[in-house]
Structure formats: structure tokens, C-alpha cells
Design a protein around this ligand. Structure first.
Ligand SMILES: C[S@@+](CC[C@H](N)C(=O)[O-])C[C@H]1O[C@@H](n2cnc3c(N)ncnc32)[C@H](O)[C@@H]1O
Length: 256
């Protein structure tokens, strides 16, 4: 059941949502027409994997990455049902990769790797995906092998330590999807760490920006950051742009 905060955010989103008639910025008009207002069809091979995961009753011991202990047993089916990006958003992220011609892509929070497989459809991109649960990471690796996807590298461990290490050896990040620890402090920390490697053309996506009051605070602070030159609220996620040539603007849109 949605929380009071989520209902309030949903109503707010609905009230402030605009469409192409209200977008006067050439950059955002182009982005809207080429990525948001597009009809997409889910990829059958990846969706068949999602369906088989949804039916899978195998139980995994999943660590609580806050405390570092293996605390809960979850079935693969319940993880697939509650943790994965839906196909329309995974397809949208893939379109964004093409739109910004991303070559180095970071996904914080792999889960079972279904969204990762969508991102990896941009064949000339390398996808670095981060997962802290050993059991979940193993399932994702099996899925990548099954799909024979060679442009994915899974980095296992707590992002608090794996991301800074990864960024030390990385010159730039073209696209990042922050979808792991949905708390205010880690979201802000991962965002600031990633901004040290973004270029003017990079895009950062933050998942679940209206999930809780603390995610809302993180999103508000991030979209007002001096490095951010434009942002879009798609309710499920927020998009951030870093090109100083864009007039600083914030939009509220819905995925069509
Ligand atoms: C919402 S799921 C990711 C979903 C996936 N990105 C998608 O779009 O389908 C979040 C994942 O992040 C992992 N995670 C959460 N906190 C983490 C941390 N601090 N370090 C590494 N992984 C973490 C969880 O184990 C979980 O599998």
C-alpha cells in the first residue's frame, strides 16, 4: 500500500506535469520527443527471463547491506516482483544510453540483472553493475551467462567501498543509474562521487525519488546542485543533466 508521502507526491506530480506544448527549451524538446514520447516493445528474450524468475520459488539468504548481516530469506520470485525496473523504464533507459551515446555505464544495484541486460543492448557500451548481496549477484551472473552478454562487468560488494575504488580507475562515466540503497545519505554520497567523473554530456538517473521523505529531500538537494543544469521528474525516477549550455530548468513529465 502506498504511504501518505507517496500519494501526496503522486498528486503533486500530476498537478505539475507538462507535455511538449510547454517545453520551449530545444534541448528538452528534443529529449522529450526522442526518448519520452516513444512507443517501445519489450524484448521477448529478456521478458521470458523475467517471467521465469517471477515463478521461481528458490529461497536466497539476502544480506541487509545496512547492517552487513544475512538476515532474510527471500524467494527469487519475490525479489523479481519487488526489485526490478519494469520493462517500459528499462527500455527508456536503453533509449537514453543511445540518446547520450553512452559508452561507460554504471548501474548501482544489479538485483537479478534484468535491467542490466536491457542496458547491455547498446553493444558498444560497457556496463559496470554493482551488487552487494552475494546470493543475488550469483543469480545475476548466471543470467548474464545465459544471455551470452559480454559487455557487462559485475562488481560485487558494498557500494560504499566498491564505487570509490572503481571511480579511482575510471576517467569518465557517461551514464549512471543510482538504484541501490534508497536512503538520503548514501544517495547524496553516490551522486557526489559520480559527479567527479561526469562530462557535460553525461546523464545520471536516480530511482525512487518519491519513495520516502528522505529520498524526496535527497532529490531536491541534488537537482539544485550547482553542477546540475537540468532535471526531469518522471515520478518513478529523476534525470539529471550537466551541460552548462542548457538553460537551467526543471520539468515534470510522464513516460508515455
Ligand atoms: C532495487 S534493486 C536494483 C534493481 C535494478 N537496478 C533494476 O533496475 O532492476 C537494489 C539492489 O541494490 C542492492 N544494494 C542495496 N544496497 C547496496 C549497497 N550498499 N551495496 C551494494 N548493493 C546494494 C540490493 O541488494 C538490491 O539487489
Amino acid at each position: 500500500m502506498p504511504s501518505f508521502h507517496q500519494v501526496k507526491s503522486f498528486v503533486h506530480h500530476w498537478l505539475y506535469e507538462v507535455d511538449d506544448h510547454s517545453i520551449h527549451s530545444p534541448f528538452f524538446f528534443d529529449l522529450y520527443s526522442k526518448t519520452v514520447r516513444v512507443k517501445r516493445s519489450p524484448l521477448p528474450k529478456i521478458e521470458s527471463l523475467r517471467q521465469s524468475l517471477l515463478k521461481n520459488e528458490t529461497a536466497l539468504a539476502v544480506e541487509d547491506l545496512g547492517s552487513g548481516k544475512a538476515v532474510t530469506k527471500k524467494t527469487l520470485g519475490s525479489i523479481a516482483e519487488t526489485s526490478l525496473s519494469p520493462a517500459d523504464f528499462s527500455l527508456f533507459y536503453l533509449d537514453l544510453l543511445h540518446y547520450c551515446n553512452a559508452h561507460r555505464v554504471v548501474e548501482l544495484g544489479t538485483s537479478l540483472g534484468v535491467n542490466t541486460l536491457y542496458l547491455a543492448q547498446k553493444k558498444d557500451a560497457r556496463i559496470f553493475t554493482f551488487e552487494g548481496s552475494h546470493a543475488i549477484a550469483n543469480v545475476a551472473l548466471t543470467n548474464f551467462e545465459w544471455a551470452e552478454q559480454k559487455n557487462i562487468e559485475l562488481i560485487e560488494g558494498n557500494i560504499d567501498s566498491t564505487l570509490p575504488r572503481f571511480l579511482e580507475s575510471t576517467a569518465k562515466v557517461d551514464f549512471a543509474f543510482i538504484d541501490a540503497n534508497h536512503r538520503q545519505a548514501p544517495t547524496l554520497r553516490y551522486f557526489h562521487q559520480l559527479t567527479r567523473r561526469v562530462t557535460e554530456k553525461s546523464v545520471i538517473v536516480i530511482d525512487d525519488i518519491h519513495r520516502s521523505e528522505e529520498m524526496e529531500k535527497a532529490w531536491l538537494e541534488i537537482r539544485q546542485d550547482t553542477l546540475v543544469y537540468g532535471s526531469v521528474d518522471l515520478f518513478r525516477c529523476g534525470l539529471l543533466f550537466f551541460d552548462p549550455n542548457i538553460t537551467k530548468q526543471h520539468f515534470v513529465w510522464s513516460l508515455k
